[in-house]
Design a protein around this ligand. Structure first.
Ligand SMILES: [Zn+2]
Length: 503
């Protein structure tokens, strides 16, 4: 994504892990994204979630001898869309390779992947860390197929260690998978987390993956090395495999950064290896020494001709790309006058952005609409565990609530109460205000009587005011609000109290 405001030095983003140690981390990511196609990468089996195990299989994805793979065109389209969104060059010709290894979730004993002639190369991804715009170069985007799913039974928390037996569900085997490989341009664990969150927003916004983390539809390996701050050299890296939690990623990178720094300062040399992060102990431990490419004995898949991506077709896809989060965030700043932070929160995820824009389209102030969408509404989504746009709080209803505050019908405090009742009673804000008698009292005559009563009941405080103690006004306003159960218009009460005291 080309972005003229982009910087890649990441000075501010580096403030976390690297600060004050004299060392800085250098992080790269390999991100796997399952594509949301109807069928698998090389056969006609449906891609599904939650169906009974081994109900979507065929000779191709079970690797029966003689079965031949056929490339899923929609998967190629989705992969090209991702590559284009990352500013990559889509190569007119790419090649599928066999990546050979033996594991129970891989019936062919090889995975069809891409190797030295991938689908797309040399892109970049712009992302925000706080107020800083960083750019990470993208090395490549390639296509492959997912492995089947292993289920370990009888052990603790589904881990293989201590389990009694393991089962294989081949429903997932052969699901189209994209691997996005970044260059080691990411300057901190915090930046790595932001990179992944914003990349996830991107693939969801493209409509190519639901990227549900718990389902492993997006997962990643992170590699990290350390170097003396500002030195520009690259140290030996270690790899953290197969993570799908932003929080654990952050913790794991922090832990591994400290381990490497301690080790180097004690005179050790970092070995290239694959590590496991244990969230319980907060430590990284070696899993195995890193495989080299030659361990996989890559060779071109003899059952598939090279993949051609016709440049005219690629251009057609480029023209029909949906609006990407970075462009939408910039538009929210320009069109609605939102701060960059608010625009990122609202404009990043496509579904929340659509909800917000529907509220604004009802004609309410964009800034107020933003506050309510990011505040009460987002909290409600979290609490109810639902996606933006679902549930009974529609854009029209939220806009109606904002309008009631804007025209002074209800106070800001009452509005929060009304929102809670909108969730609970599933009703229209105006009806809820009427039914629960929550309208703000802005009738000067009615309030004057209350003010007079309060002043009469507190002669000592009236004396204090006359003696020059101006703060007593606040006390009177508070008393009037109490008398009216918080329904009085505070601004008007303030005026009336001052007028009565002066008179
Ligand atoms: Zn199949």
């Amino acid at each position: 994504m080309s972005d003229p405001s982009a910087t890649s030095n990441g000075a501010a983003a580096r403030s976390g892990a690297g600060a004050a140690t004299g060392w800085e981390p250098v992080i790269g990511l390999e991100v796997h994204v399952e594509l949301d196609t109807e069928t698998k990468m090389f056969c006609g089996c449906a891609v599904t979630k939650g169906d009974p195990p081994n109900t979507h299989t065929c000779p191709v994805c079970l690797a029966h001898p003689g079965a031949l793979p056929v490339v899923n065109r929609r998967a190629v389209e989705y992969a090209v869309r991702i590559a284009l969104a990352l500013g990559c060059t889509v190569r007119p010709r790419s090649v599928f390779h066999r990546k050979n290894y033996f594991y129970p979730d891989l019936p062919k004993a090889y995975q069809i992947s891409q190797y030295d002639e991938p689908l797309a190369v040399e892109g970049s991804f712009g992302y925000w860390v706080g107020d800083e715009r960083l750019t990470c170069r993208i090395n490549r985007v390639h296509m492959e197929e997912d492995a089947a799913k292993l289920v370990h039974a009888g052990g603790e928390a589904g881990r293989i260690a201590g389990s009694d037996y393991s089962m294989v569900d081949f429903n997932r085997g052969g699901t189209p998978l994209i691997e996005i490989v970044s260059e080691p341009d990411i300057p901190s664990p915090e930046a790595a987390r932001e990179f992944l969150q914003q990349l996830r927003d991107l693939v969801i916004g493209l409509g190519v993956s639901e990227a549900v983390m718990e389902e492993g539809q997006i997962r990643w390996d992170a590699n990290i090395s350390v170097r003396p701050s500002g030195s520009g050299q690259l140290g030996t890296r270690t790899e953290l495999k197969n993570m799908n939690s932003f929080r654990f990623l952050h913790q794991a990178l922090e832990a591994e950064f400290r381990r490497q720094v301690d080790f180097l300062e004690a005179g050790g040399a970092i070995e290239q290896e694959t590590l496991h992060f244990d969230p319980d102990t907060g430590l990284t431990t070696p899993l195995r020494s890193k495989e080299e490419a030659h361990d996989y004995r890559y060779f071109p898949e003899p059952d598939l001709v090279p993949l051609t991506a016709d440049p005219a077709w690629v251009e057609e896809l480029r023209r029909s790309q949906p609006e990407l989060p970075a462009a939408r965030i910039a538009r929210f700043v320009d069109d609605y006058g939102l701060s960059r932070y608010d625009a990122t929160v609202l404009g990043g995820p496509a579904d929340l952005a659509a909800f917000y824009e529907a509220v604004v389209a009802e004609g309410v102030d964009p800034k107020q609409a933003a506050n309510w969408t990011m505040g009460e509404y987002a909290a409600h989504l979290n609490a109810a565990g639902i996606e933006p746009g679902r549930g009974h709080v529609t854009p029209a209803r939220l806009a109606a609530l904002v309008r009631l505050v804007q025209d002074g019908t209800i106070s800001g405090t009452a509005a929060k109460q009304v929102f809670a009742l909108m969730v609970e009673e599933r009703g229209e804000p105006r009806e809820i205000v009427e039914r629960n008698d929550l309208a703000q009292v802005s009738d000067a005559g009615e309030l004057q009587a209350v003010v007079a009563g309060v002043l009469a009941g507190h002669p000592a405080q009236v004396e204090q005011f006359r003696a020059g103690k101006d703060q007593v006004v606040g006390f009177f306003v508070g008393q009037v609000m109490k008398e009216t159960q918080g329904k009085a218009n505070p601004k008007l009460v303030n005026e009336l109290v001052r007028r009565a005291l002066a008179g």
